[in-house]
Design a protein around this ligand. Sequence first.
Ligand SMILES: NC(=O)c1ccc[n+]([C@@H]2O[C@H](COP(=O)([O-])OP(=O)(O)OC[C@H]3O[C@@H](n4cnc5c(N)ncnc54)[C@H](O)[C@@H]3O)[C@@H](O)[C@H]2O)c1
Length: 321
Amino acid sequence: MAILNGGETTHARKVAIIGAGSIGTGLAVVYSHAGHTVSIFDAAPAQRQRVLQEVRRILYDLQEFGLVALPADEIVRKVQVVDNLNDAVSSAEFIHECAPEDLGIKRRIMKELDEVAPANAVIASASSAITASEFADRLPGRARCLVAHPGNPPYLLRVMEIVPAAFTSEDAVRRALSFMASAELAPIRVRRELNGFVFNRLQGAVLREAYCLVRDGVASVEEIDRLVRDGLGLRWSVIGPFETVDLNTRGGIGRHARILGPAYHAMGAERGQDDPWTQGLVSEIESQRRAIMPLDQWDDRVRWRNRKLMSLIAARESEQD
Ligand SMILES: NC(=O)c1ccc[n+]([C@@H]2O[C@H](COP(=O)([O-])OP(=O)(O)OC[C@H]3O[C@@H](n4cnc5c(N)ncnc54)[C@H](O)[C@@H]3O)[C@@H](O)[C@H]2O)c1
């Protein structure tokens, strides 16, 4: 970090987290470090007992790497574990449901939350694929419900997909985006609900192909993981897939699409997919890239990427296991 600013938020809020597994616990770290007060509830007593210990352990690890701005013990004091959902949501402005990915469970919790949460609270779900249209469609307060899908672990992957349903109010979306920004989780507003949102669709594209390659005996699990870890993934930790091809091809992404588009289309066709990169689509993507980085900056940006990768590789080589 300092990925977290250590409580310099302009508006400290009371936040409720429902479900204290990997995601709920990770978000408790993020929100408390951002200066918000967190009440967390889990249906399992054993989970409730271990959550503070886990939050503290994560913060100590972050502290060891210089990634938190305040002493860990000071941050932990902002997290309170409670024995029931009602106490968790009392006076909460933002509620993040982090229970298992099960439509029945999410529907039940959302119904209860809508009944007992303060009228002005935004109710978000960390759901990976279930949409707000599915878990909140019948609720009187559905206009304040949406998905806020984090990366795992949320205190290291500083992104959050905000996915409203058609019935979600603009006010709830705006407040969710602003809350996530206050916690330094770069929020991305997904324009419409779709299965897996954006994060998991991208991950899914890679995973689907990886499964096929192992099935067809083309490469082993270890080899594919190594290709991503030391190849694609290393670059992706600095730049995304569009910037990758923009910087890999002199002339930028438009030229890349003209040269390699047909080959990528053929790869997709082998898997039964027919989504050619049409001229119109390539022009749109190229013009978005050129607005971010004019081509006369190409050499400088390539050098910047290379130096970022050098610094990452040096950090990897100096790390202890
Ligand atoms: N793990 C990931 O990589 C990841 C990433 C992004 C989003 N998500 C999503 O976040 C949500 C939580 O995932 P997770 O990995 O933290 O799951 P998890 O299994 O680690 O934790 C879920 C917790 O919810 C508790 N719980 C179950 N029913 C409950 C109820 N009625 N009330 C309160 N607590 C209840 C469980 O005891 C458990 O501690 C899921 O929707 C998941 O899809 C997961």
